[in-house]
Ligand binder design. Sequence first.
Ligand SMILES: Cc1cc2nc3c(=O)[nH]c(=O)nc-3n(C[C@H](O)[C@H](O)[C@H](O)COP(=O)(O)OP(=O)(O)OC[C@H]3O[C@@H](n4cnc5c(N)ncnc54)[C@H](O)[C@@H]3O)c2cc1C
Length: 375
Amino acid sequence: MKNTQVIIIGGGLAGLTAAIHLSLKDINVILIEKEKYPHHKVCGEYLSKEVIPYLKFLGLDLDSLEPARIKRLKYSSQNGETIFCDLEMGGLGISRYALDNYLFRNSISPNCQIIYDTVSAVHFEKDGFQVKLSGGKKLNSDFVLGAYGKRSNLDKELKRPFFEHLSGWLAVKAHYKNDQYPDDTVSLHNFNGGYCGLSKTETGDVNACYLASYKSFRRFKNIETFKEKVLMRNPELKEFFLHSTPVFDKELSIAQVSFDKKDIIEDHMLMLGDAAGLIHPLCGNGMAMAIHSAKLAAEGITEFYENKQIGRASVEAGYRNKWNREFKSRIRAGRILQKILLNRSLSEITQGMIKNFPFVVPHIIKRTHGKPIYV
Ligand SMILES: Cc1cc2nc3c(=O)[nH]c(=O)nc-3n(C[C@H](O)[C@H](O)[C@H](O)COP(=O)(O)OP(=O)(O)OC[C@H]3O[C@@H](n4cnc5c(N)ncnc54)[C@H](O)[C@@H]3O)c2cc1C
């Protein structure tokens, strides 16, 4: 094995995609992931199809996982009033259990070593990195990609400002059996203080994943009561949960989901996916952004090794510019949408407008999604 050129911290969608891309370009990679594969993750599991051409370029064929093919969006307000819309580009319903594991299996190559451990610290010195693992190992590399998700021990270590603020959000997810739920529809159901997404996965089960504010959750304190007293006040969600059988023993949940701004580069480390910034989940675009950000970083690093005239500063500036161009306005649009959706009167006014002018919906969706990614 050659000297390590790139260390990737975190083997979710962003980290694994970057590992596959760089290995294909004959760049030597070590990926460090703290959890063994396969594992479930809190996520809506709706993958926008914009990433398909790029994944094909990497030799990945998601059809082999037999995902649900999603073509329609259903939205309901808190009182259960619904609107439907066709999704121009559409998406795939695919569990993170299957998707991350598929990328993991495809990342195995002579150019990519995977280590199961937790990164405890990263230091940049003399134009190179030293990465410390909890197990005691120390590794060196030219580049480090921070692909460790929305919140990690490393954010504290790096003193990232968002880590200091308590976030007002938590998220819960579980799979259910429900034969009535349509294969081709992703639905978004509003409730007091949050929203719940439903969509089928490759197993035929329905993933139900919601984001809720602590303000609304804290009165109930447990997931079951919150579901009964808050989520099921929306007639659409009541109908769904009454006719569904849970597949998991218990729901998965995460706390401290922060939508605060983050820096895209931290002490020369290029941040990917949620570690660079989290788009509001109602947009259904975070997974595509994680994969796309991996492409941007991998291309910059590939150029560095192919053309030694390019220095580190230009790799960093190039990544920052491209990231901002691709994702900044999407994140902003997501923030506005979430504000509207979670304000009961604003969301009812908007819903009324949409009923009269349904052609605006595809425009709103376009603002929170990218175009198909070709290489
Ligand atoms: C409630 C909710 C619903 C969502 N629904 C959707 C949806 O329907 N569609 C969509 O496109 N997006 C959705 N998203 C967003 C999507 O889940 C994320 O954008 C996506 O998972 C980001 O991938 P990632 O690779 O950046 O991070 P992750 O997938 O979180 O991967 C990070 C990895 O890093 C590892 N790690 C962390 N710290 C360390 C460390 N110190 N050392 C080693 N390993 C470490 C973790 O174990 C993890 O495997 C949703 C998000 C939320 C919160």
